[in-house]
Design a protein around this ligand. Sequence first.
Ligand SMILES: Nc1ncnc2c1ncn2[C@@H]1O[C@H](COP(=O)(O)OP(=O)(O)O)[C@@H](O)[C@H]1O
Ligand SMILES: [Mg+2]
Length: 230
Amino acid sequence: MSDKPLIEICDLEKRFATPGGEIKVLQQINLKIVAGERVAVVGTSGAGKTTLMHILGGLDQPSGGEILFEGENLFCLRGAALDNFRNRTVGFVFQFNQLLPEFTALENVMMPLLIGGVARAEALQTAGKLLEEVGLGQRLTHKPGALSGGEQQRVAIARALVRGPRLLLADEPTGNLDSGTSDEIMSLLNRMHRKHGLTMIIVTHNRTLAASLDRILQIEDGRLADDILN
Ligand SMILES: Nc1ncnc2c1ncn2[C@@H]1O[C@H](COP(=O)(O)OP(=O)(O)O)[C@@H](O)[C@H]1O
Ligand SMILES: [Mg+2]
């Protein structure tokens, strides 16, 4: 782990306009995350965790403040540079895996490569290798509906990692899984962290998962309540 911040969040704020008036969902978030750190984000439902993850992944814009990624303001990125950040620099794992149901595990994992212009043969090889790595070498041609919840989440993790991102964002990756399967996903994420030297930010309600990471951030009503170093 280096101590150079990979991400610096300064006075981040997010408001949403709703029919009932404007609501503040995130306020006064200040935070530094160094390269290689594994950060858990915890907090009650509605606290603003998903909103924060979407902003960190460049999927949503803040209403105020800034996020520096390696010193560069994320929200000054436009066009190809923003696409590159979303598609290559960051990998996203969602709670409801969001796999494409009509495609096989292999095709789902190949998709980001094909979209990125990688040749089919190379995409096939890279995706196959990664699926092996997450323990699904025997499930390449299964469609998501024929996979268990844990297996689907493994495919989603492989898909998030296939372009070699520097940052992995996972929003309640074990939220839908039983405790045994959650433990498997947790050790997979930690193994991927070691192997690929990732920085990981994981939203979770799973205390064991949170405790296995380097640091726990608690969000309460859109504010950072606590920063616990494990
Ligand atoms: N697009 C939106 N428009 C209006 N309100 C939203 C929107 N997205 C989220 N919110 C509100 O922001 C708050 C935080 O949501 P979220 O970040 O999803 O919380 P968490 O992931 O911690 O459960 C909630 O009150 C939610 O209703
Ligand atoms: Mg959420």
